[in-house]
Design a protein around this ligand. Structure first.
Ligand code: ATP
Ligand code: MG
Length: 425
């Protein structure tokens, strides 16, 4: 936004005119160097907060104790913060003491990573005491100073570290990575709200899978207050997020929850503990619920289809047995001719299915049945009659359809069952 750049340059210029130092600092300097879109332009200055307040007509004393004043410039807001150092992070997150300092380099030492610890002057000059540009060129995230100390001061930095690595596709310097491994237990001090907002950036970034994997590998995952049960299974779904890049973050979260095997109902609870906004939570839960319902309806439909198919097969087998395999073959060929005239009774797909079933048919007439009429009479201890032909026909159909085995014992058992059933009714 060229307008934002101009207005923030006005802020810096004004401070310089009053005899103070002022620079762009932090994320905006990093993003500009990386050629990324700059979202907000923060300014750091040697002027004390009261001075900043007096120099600009419109200010909001956002965090005056910590040295931060929001300056409003033609509708744009800029955070102007006095050079400061911090100390006494008792809760592994917030400094208890803030001291204003004279040198911009001192201010930069309190910042988390080398790429975030750079300041840029209005004349194009750089203040880059920790080699931030070099690390960006090498695509590596590196703590300013001793990683263990920096993570112990503020545990959220560990999550930020992985977030930056994931979103930028950077690696993490070995010393910095070891710092995470050594200090990871302090993550339990951090509010889920803060972790979630970092996760949101991982999830909407180009490669959420990368971030999640680093989270798992670092052991940070299991140290969150409300852990997410992602254990690295169903990598394909996560990979799919990377490849298809669904725009809306609810879609991405839903895919992640699916990958974790979490139901809509479970998601409801989980997302609450993850401090999602009502709106986002509802969007995700609805999406998962719809997915579940659709899958259920679909499954029933598939079952129905399978049933229909089986009954179609049975009908066909009965017809083949009644009219003979030869007639069945010829009929299929006849259908091919009729298909050509547009008057076929069955579609080519169905014909192919019927042909398949016909070829599979091993038992085609009574001779193929492993039992004879007289054997049946003997086994059932009954006199012959019309019923015997009916019974043989029924056994033939069942054996041909594969509903019973074609061996004497199975055939006799089935025959007994049929006879008893018929006598009962
Ligand atoms: P983003 O692209 O998310 O805005 P950012 O680096 O600008 O990334 P901000 O939270 O806007 O992140 O912080 C601005 C600057 O403040 C950072 O660049 C960094 O210099 C410093 N900073 C932010 N959070 C921390 C922290 N937890 N510890 C040390 N320095 C921090
Ligand atoms: Mg920022």
């Amino acid at each position: 936004d060229p307008n934002m750049a101009e207005r923030s340059a006005d802020v810096i210029r004004t401070l310089l005119q009053h005899g103070y130092e002022a620079y762009w600092v932090g994320g905006c300097v990093r993003d500009e160097y990386m050629g990324r879109r700059v979202s907000d332009m923060d300014i750091t200055t040697s002027a004390l907060p009261e001075v900043t307040c007096s120099v600009f007509p419109k200010v909001v004393p956002t965090g005056i104790k910590h040295g931060t004043v929001t300056v409003l410039m033609e509708g744009q807001a800029f955070e102007v913060t006095t050079y400061r150092v911090e100390s006494g992070y008792e809760d592994h997150r917030h400094p208890t003491e803030v001291a204003f300092v004279r040198d911009v380099k001192e201010d930069l030492t309190r910042r988390d990573f080398t790429m975030n610890a750079m300041a840029r002057g209005i004349d194009g000059s750089w203040v880059d005491p920790f080699g931030g540009r070099e690390d960006i060129d090498k695509q590596v995230i590196r703590c300013v100073g001793d990683a263990r100390l920096r993570f112990r001061e503020d545990a959220l930095r560990m999550v930020r570290c992985i977030r930056f690595a994931s979103v930028f596709g950077f690696s993490i310097a070995l010393h910095t990575w070891k710092g995470i491994l050594s200090e990871r237990d302090t993550l339990s001090w951090i509010a889920m709200e803060r972790i979630r907002s970092e996760f949101e950036k991982i999830m909407t970034g180009p490669s959420p899978l990368r971030g999640l994997e680093m989270f798992l590998r670092s052991g940070l995952y299991s140290r969150m207050k409300a852990p997410f049960p992602y254990t690295g299974h169903d990598v394909p779904i996560m990979e799919a997020i990377h490849r298809t890049a669904p725009e809306h973050s609810s879609i991405r979260w839903s895919l992640l929850l699916l990958a974790c095997g979490i139901s809509a109902q479970e998601a409801e609870r989980l997302l609450r503990s993850w401090t999602f906004s009502n709106k986002q939570r509802e969007a995700i839960v609805k999406l998962l619920a719809l997915h579940e319902s659709y899958a259920q309806v679909n499954e029933e439909k598939e079952k129905e289809k399978e049933k229909e198919k089986q009954s179609g097969r049975l009908t066909w087998i009965k017809l083949v047995l009644a009219h003979g395999a030869e007639a069945a073959h010829s009929w299929l060929q006849m259908q091919t001719a009729m298909e050509w005239t547009g008057a076929a009774t069955v579609s080519p797909a169905v014909m192919e299915q019927l042909e398949g079933w016909l070829q599979e048919l091993q038992i085609r007439n009574l001779k193929d049945l492993n039992i004879t009429g007289s054997e049946l009479l003997l086994a059932l201890d009954k006199r012959g009659g019309a019923w015997l032909g009916e019974l043989l026909g029924e056994l033939l159909e069942k054996a041909a359809a594969g509903l019973i085995n074609n061996d004497k014992e199975s055939l006799i058992n089935e025959a007994k069952r049929v006879v008893i059933n018929n006598e009962g009714s």
